[in-house]
Write a protein that binds this ligand. Sequence first.
Ligand code: SAH
Length: 358
Amino acid sequence: MTSIFGASQQDLQEWLKAAGEKPFRAEQLFSWIFQKRATSWDQMTNLSAALRLSLSEAFTIAPLKCSRRLVAEDDQTIKYLWELEDKTFVESVLILAPERRTICVSSQVGCNAKCAFCASGKQGLKRNLSAAEIIQQFLLIDADLAQKGEHLTHVVFMGMGEPLDNYEEVVKTIRILIDPKGINLSQRRITLSTVGVVEGIRKLMGEDLKINVALSLHAPNQQIRKKIIPYARKYELSDVLSAISDYSRATKRDITYEYTLISGINDQEEHAHELVKLIKGQQCSVNLIPYNPVFGLRLKRPEKEEIERFEEILAEAKIPTTRRFTKGTKIAAACGQLALQTVESIESTFKTAAEAGI
Ligand code: SAH
């Protein structure tokens, strides 16, 4: 059965019409799900009992099953592990920062990109998530935050999977997120991170959307990039960069480059200088992400001094730079790490939500 959480207003209108109901009920139904956050058909009191019964026969309203909720040692990062109907697992991360409540959502079970440093690709791609499964990560974590009187403010597609490899469901999710009758989130608060799927970036440019796009660059040249990102063999760096800068021009959004620093591979001073040359003059910023160790991988996180030196070189060139995801190492907060590990093996290293008082 289809989940109600992935239904657009248009899907609902079509279904209602076929069921002999008035299409305007779509708006009511949509608002029950995404604004009033109903979790059962009975709550939808302005819909007739007969309609509620047919809805319950056509759609499920069951939530995703939260199998683990793990709080990082600093209490600022919370990881949720979801068990899906087919017994596969995906994760979301909630990042608490001053003025911001950001959810990092997964878009696929596993990933086809198989980047050398990433846990998600190790299991390969198992399947795409549906819009219902992606949007529920938002709804359930928002409900969790609501207990403290707070709400999610930002969404980043930086969890498991390559969002542009699951284009239709991801775009459908974004449309529900920004729908004024749905979650009503500003497009400025949504960032899609891609490994550089050129046709996906160009297709997104053709939509009437203006979300932020971040590019996982990770290298200052095609040669190094090819070593750590298998997709770089398919997509030349110059093509990826021109797609991303065309997107930025068309949407008037700054480009964000993500750069995972890995010791001895892409973290040397010469790499920083080369990176500066590559992106200087663009409306952009760089997110430096020191490599988070993944079990079974032989890569190393650079020393603190090396990370700082890299940062300095970008700062001297006046390239706005931030550092991310240095926290939450113990809860395996990098993409796909939790779903990959046996949960039991890491569970002992951090507090339960109750202990942390969240
Ligand atoms: N496929 C998309 C989104 C998922 S990865 C993309 O490639 O952008 C999201 C970010 O997590 C990427 O920028 C990647 O660099 C980062 N990441 C994944 N594994 C990591 C690790 N072990 N340490 C540090 N960053 C990691």
